[in-house]
Design a protein around this ligand. Sequence first.
Ligand code: NAI
Length: 479
Amino acid sequence: MSNLVPITVAEGDGIGPEIMAATMKILEAAGARIAPEYVTIGEKKFLSGFNNGIGDETWESIARTQVFLKAPITTPQGGGYKSVNVTLRKSLGLFANVRPVKTYQPYVGSKHKEIDMVIVRENEEDLYSGVEYRQTRDTCHSVKLLSRSGSELIIRYAFEYARAHGRKKVTCLIKDNIMKISDGLFHKVFKLIAADYPEIEADSIIVDIGMALVADRPEEFDVLVTLNLYGDIVSDIASQIAGSVGLAGSFNMGQKCAMFEAVHGSAPDIAGQGIANPSGLLNSAILMLHHIGQSDIAAKVENAWLCALEDGAHTGDIAKDKSKALSTSEFADAVIERFGKEPQELTLVETSEKGFVMPTHDLRTISKRHKELVGVDVYLDWRGQDAEEIGGKVESSSTDAMKFSAMSSRGVKVYPGKCETELVSDLWRCRFRATGGCVKNSDVNALLGQIEKAGLEWVKVENLYTFDDEDGFTVLQGE
Ligand code: NAI
């Protein structure tokens, strides 16, 4: 039986085919024990009618190999094309986006001396679920969706990654001073899981100052774990300040499969010229070799690549003397020529297999606490500016089971009592509380009927629950 590991390979668009050819040439010369299955995704598929840029043969190949090495894809502007990356991430359940960020001083320019951090970004939840609404003329909203099980999975993954790679610290970026329920959940889960890894320092920072520190003192960070949106932003900040956007590899990890790709895009401005730097894709392929248990080959390739950087064998994007810049294929040869050599100044990569425990979705941890419906927030579309006028109508809609408690505009109380904000929005949140402790959905229906009868238009309803005695909703400011 062959000991070659099958992998799915997509050459991508723009510079994709050039950098993939260079990468595969290096892997083959290094003796990587892989059997590539080539598939076509991206522009060609979009143009032949697949609006997500991916054909059946690609799904079948990934299902078979469970390992996907992917060059960048061009997403055509307009025309209702879906992002290939978002489709792949969601369809394959790639819950973690992992991006190592490093400096290679003095060979690649950066203001910072020694950055060596790994960003672990949650990849499936948060504001990226794409659930958005416009229900009044003036306002719209996006749904920030977070689950306890999803948070546990990504946080445990970050700690397992840190343990397997001998990392010392995991830092969690959150904004739970404002988003107390959603980011608060992520933070709480972080603290609980950190206790299982006493040898690793666990640290939490509010995301705004956290990002400022990443930009200012990146040397102090080791592993970072965070939500989808913050992770997206901090990954770009970190790659940019390291000066290595063109060199950085990354991977997306799921329970069943993993996808490896460069951080940069398809660079259509230099496509076809044979001058692109293949290092980002090569570094992704190195991560892939570790994943499939070929750390020996990964170290051989990475050390040769570091030697090439030290020797000034550079492509045009990082070459100090542009007249000596190598082409894409010359750079691949320069790496191959250095197999077996060790870098002198950059850190030597050791050939050690990493023992990694892959966490799984543990649905047993979903809370078994007692849940009760204790009220409802009804959102109205109303274009008047007199809080007393609408407040009076809403108040009189109360039923025996549900009594009006307060009304707010953009999160601030406007009725009853003193109006504490400028009334510029057409979306009004009206809170009703259960008079007898808890209510049923039918009580909410009756209330909505009363509101309609009062001549008001409701556009959205949010149920208010308690879990044991803990509120599953925030207190209305000034309530
Ligand atoms: P880009 O990363 O492709 O290019 C930005 C700049 O960096 C350009 O000047 C380019 O020439 C240069 N550059 C990028 N990679 C390079 C390399 N390996 N060697 C030398 N120079 C390199 O970003 P841009 O222009 O915003 O996007 C171009 C296309 O790529 C778009 O269609 C975008 O949607 C797509 N894209 C795809 C990604 C993926 O498939 N993972 C990720 C990011 C963008």
